[in-house]
Design a protein around this ligand. Structure first.
Ligand code: ZN
Length: 489
């Protein structure tokens, strides 16, 4: 056994334990009896301690010093393990424990503050979470940029400055596109009620149409849709709303994008550092291209229209063309997770700019709500009416997830680049999509991106598949062309 073999055998067990920890989380959201909450918290804590100890085990350090990479795969494995080892070792155990305790408390205070529309009651604990995360960033990065150190947790290699350059180019064109669209008459919205059994049956049909493998997965109901797991066991959840079947269908397709990425990774990478999606941004590129560029395309919505008529009968939308507009309807709203393709990124950009200012010390926590409301008014043209529709709407900051929001828009940017390359590589794709057949699209994504897991860095992963370094251009061109067509701009 070489040092590399010893290291990889140890790592495999760590990866397996990490899968178990993830499945505890899945269980909590789907199956766990309500009374088990406090016990589950202890179970989570015990697993977190075991994983932490294994990641900074002194033997890992010794193996890393001696191990030699025989090929690209071994080099990538060593790069991932070294990164995790360095990062974990740099954060003092007391700080990690304090962060876990504080964010758990902050989450409860945030939920109460949101329910009571009381921003002031949330700010002291938010300040504490922010201070602890800044302390963590300083421990990891020294004098280097603290926001970049936090961002690196979710999107290795990205920097706040490089994302800001990309996002600053997106924002004015999205604001302009949004304003032009909202001057036009809105397409019809769905009306009436769509039974739950029909929604669940059609959402499973959609999952299968997008290549989700139920032999290695399952679909359950949860309050918030998510995907969980890697390798041979990748599960998703969905939800239903009788008035809004699109919520069920498109959140299913979104989670299927995440899940088929995990299912599509090469078998040889199972339970190794390469056996999971490489970053949050790349992950989101898969969920978004399935959901939007493919799932909300004119061709695919034509097929979905027929499926919905078969399932629910006549639901008042005259034809495929009208249904395409309905499925892509742009409307006013305050909530990020309910936003359409055009406005979604404006919600994310707002959060990105505010959290960078918080971390840099350019914005005080006490001024956060005013800054949020001013920015919202500037980009959306109307005022936030209550905190639950504004600064208190998202869970992320209470959990200390500074640096997470930009990966949503980065995922859309990446999806734009991949979609452009996909359309060139697969001519006549719309003929497939119009029959509900995504196999050539998903096959191209699996071949060029998904199977490679963590082999390359996130930017290299996209560049390898798209053939060019990622930029915001293709996303903007796609959005402007699609919505100009729908709204007659
Ligand atoms: Zn997602």
């Amino acid at each position: 056994m070489t040092a590399y073999d010893d290291l990889m055998a140890f790592q495999r067990e760590t990866e397996a334990l990490d899968m178990i920890a993830g499945r505890l989380g899945w269980d909590q959201e789907t199956m766990m009896p309500e009374g088990a909450t406090t016990q589950r918290a202890e179970e989570h804590g015990a697993m977190a301690n075991i994983l932490h100890a294994r990641r900074i085990d002194p033997r890992v350090g010794e193996w890393l010093e001696k191990a030699e990479a025989a090929d690209d795969v071994a080099a990538a494995n060593l790069r991932h393990i070294q990164r995790s080892y360095d990062r974990t070792a740099k954060v003092p155990a007391e700080l990690a424990a304090e962060l876990a305790k504080t964010t758990s408390l902050a989450h409860r205070i945030w939920a109460k503050a949101r329910a009571e529309e009381d921003v002031a009651s949330f700010l002291p604990i938010l300040q504490k979470v922010l201070d602890l995360r800044k302390e963590e960033a300083a421990a990891v990065a020294g004098d280097a940029n603290p926001y970049d150190a936090l961002l690196d947790d979710y999107e290795p290699g990205a920097t706040g400055a490089s994302l800001a350059a990309m996002f600053d180019a997106l924002r004015p064109r999205l604001v302009e596109l949004r304003a032009a669209i909202l001057e036009k008459p809105a397409p019809a919205a769905l009306t009436g009620s769509f039974d739950e059994a029909g929604q669940l049956a059609l959402s499973q049909k959609l999952a299968l149409a997008f290549g989700y493998d139920l032999q290695h997965g399952r679909i359950d109901k949860a309050v918030h849709p998510f995907s969980s797991g890697s390798g041979l066991d990748v599960r998703i959840t969905t939800r239903t709303n009788l008035q809004d079947p699109f919520n069920c269908f498109y959140s299913t397709v979104h989670e299927v994008g995440h899940a088929t990425y995990e299912q599509g990774i090469h078998d040889a990478y199972l339970l190794t550092p390469l056996g999971a999606g490489v970053s949050m941004g790349v992950h989101e590129s898969q969920s978004r291209i399935y959901e939007n560029q493919l799932g909300r395309s004119r061709a695919f919505t034509g097929w979905l229209y027929g499926q919905m008529r078969d399932t629910f009968g006549d639901f008042g939308i005259a034809d495929e063309e009208a249904f395409f507009a309905t499925a892509n309807r742009v409307h006013d709203g305050f909530i990020r997770t309910e936003a359409d393709e055009v406005q979604y990124n404006l919600h994310v950009l707002l959060r990105f700019d505010l959290e960078r200012a918080l971390i840099a010390g350019d914005l005080a926590v006490n001024d956060l709500e005013t800054a949020w409301n001013d920015r919202f008014k500037a980009d959306f043209g109307y005022a936030v009416d209550k905190p639950s529709n504004g600064v208190l709407q998202d869970v992320h900051w209470s959990e200390g997830l500074f640096g997470y929001f930009p990966t949503y828009t980065l995922g859309n940017v990446y999806a734009g680049c991949l979609h452009e390359a996909l359309r060139k590589a697969v001519p006549g794709l719309d003929d497939d999509l119009a029959r509900g057949d995504t196999s050539r699209a998903t096959g191209w994504l699996r071949e060029n991106l998904q199977q490679h897991g963590g082999l390359r860095t996130p930017v290299e992963t996209i560049a390898h598949a798209a053939g060019v370094a990622p930029t915001e251009g293709p996303l903007l061109e796609y959005l402007e062309a699609k919505f100009s067509g729908i709204y007659g701009l």
